[in-house]
Design a protein around this ligand. Structure first.
Ligand SMILES: Cc1cc2nc3c(=O)[nH]c(=O)nc-3n(C[C@H](O)[C@H](O)[C@H](O)COP(=O)(O)OP(=O)(O)OC[C@H]3O[C@@H](n4cnc5c(N)ncnc54)[C@H](O)[C@@H]3O)c2cc1C
Length: 381
């Protein structure tokens, strides 16, 4: 059982503790399945999370934005249980986030109930072969032709690529240079001209693809926000979910901690247990301290976003940076404590070792988070 004592911290209300219990109960009744068919597993997870009502937390309720503490608790709890379940949950939020934050009443009515029920799978398509961290340089273009937008270009590393029902796509509409000339669009997966050019395999498998937009025609009202506002739409969406990437890392780290504790209590080192060794104990102490520090940063940032009324960008960047970097170290320590068993395929810590890696890269690499923090500090000074 994961440590949930943090739920008594002052960042939370009774509804958060209730929610944590509900997500935990879902995990307990949904053992991790490995059918070998990744797409089918992800579709099933989205459907099951939707049926249980958990995906409602991912979307706006009318004008009420998603509650970040609720999202973070869900991601931490799901990631502890299964990285793929966390992925399925998280992408419903990230892929539909722009609609929740900037969509029209009609766009919200058309898509959000389906995202919340798990009937529609969402994706967020910003990265391109020529631009990742430098999102202002998106080259995919969108030209207005009568009552339609026509999109031409390529996107890559798109999560849910190949199984999504719509791709929230960022394209250049040319109102200004760089970040001032982008717009955001809802592109249905069945739009003529949109195709999956390549499926990409990564160290911790999840559906990922390169997409081709070959004169993809979508309706004029598929734009989210105003023309030229796309960069803000994208950054606000990422800002909302950034803290929750840290929360997923925290769930993976807590799992590694528990696996390590269980292992060292049982593993003999000569006459004694591995747990009795002072070096082991120092490692465990450092792991536990980093876990609490990550949790404090994550839930401080989430609370600040939900309640604080202040700009939470620096806090969110700190939370994502620290939690993902710390989780990588904690999981590595857990692997080390397991010895040979730690690198054996199929052992939980071996899986966690692969699961954590991409979190330090996507939704803003650690270096980008440091840049956000430093710029904010210098602006303040
Ligand atoms: C598993 C996975 C899932 C993903 N899912 C999605 C998705 O659903 N939608 C989507 O749009 N994209 C997605 N991405 C793409 C992801 O957001 C990009 O990989 C990320 O933004 C980095 O871009 P890049 O890979 O082009 O690396 P680059 O931008 O080329 O950066 C390479 C490296 O350079 C360093 N670096 C970058 N910027 C700076 C800086 N300012 N200062 C110092 N060093 C820097 C970092 O170490 C970085 O890792 C996903 C990626 C992965 C791995």
């Amino acid at each position: 059982m994961p440590d949930t004592s943090f739920l008594s911290w002052p960042f939370f209300e009774a509804r958060h503790r209730e929610w944590a219990r509900a997500v935990r109960a879902w995990c307990d009744s949904h053992p991790v399945a490995t059918s070998g068919n990744l797409d089918a597993e992800c579709r099933r997870l989205v459907a099951e999370l939707g049926t249980a009502g958990l995906l409602k937390a991912c979307v706006a309720d009318g004008d009420t934005r998603p509650d970040v503490r609720t999202l973070a608790i869900a991601r931490e709890t799901l990631a502890y249980h299964s990285a793929l379940a966390d992925f399925a949950f998280a992408m419903q939020g990230l892929g539909s986030g722009a609609i929740s934050l900037f969509g029209t009443v009609e766009q919200k009515r058309q898509w959000l109930p389906k995202v919340a029920s798990g009937e529609a799978i969402a994706a967020f398509a910003m990265t391109e072969p020529g631009c990742g961290s430098d999102a202002a340089n998106v080259a995919t273009s969108a030209m207005r032709e009568g009552d339609e937008w026509v999109l031409v270009g390529e996107k890559t590393y798109i999560s849910n690529g190949g199984i999504a029902d719509f791709y929230l796509t960022f394209a250049r509409t040319g109102e200004g240079e760089g970040s001032r000339g982008l717009s955001a669009f809802i592109v249905p997966a069945d739009a003529p001209g949109l195709s999956v050019a390549e499926r990409i395999e990564v160290i911790a498998p999840h559906p990922l693809a390169r997409l081709k937009y070959d004169n993809v025609r979508i309706r004029a009202d598929a734009i989210v926000g105003e023309p030229g506002e796309g960069f803000r739409v994208g950054m606000e969406t990422l800002n909302l979910f950034r803290v929750t990437v840290g929360a997923a890392a925290l769930g993976l780290a807590r799992r590694a901690m528990d696996e390590a504790l269980s292992f060292v209590r049982n593993r003999r080192l000569g006459a004694a247990k591995l747990a009795d060794n002072a070096v082991t104990q120092a490692k465990l102490a450092d792991m536990a301290t980093a876990i609490d520090a990550a949790a404090l940063l994550i839930y401080r940032a989430a609370w600040q976003r939900d309640e604080g009324g202040t700009d939470h960008r620096r806090a969110a960047a700190m939370a994502k940076l620290f939690a993902t970097e710390a989780a990588q170290k904690i999981i590595d320590d857990a692997v080390q404590l397991h010895g040979g068993a730690g690198v054996t395929k199929g052992v939980t810590v071996e899986h966690l070792y692969r699961d954590i890696r991409a979190l330090r890269i996507y939704e803003g690499a650690s270096e980008v988070q440091r840049q956000i923090i430093a710029r904010d500090l210098l602006k303040g000074a």
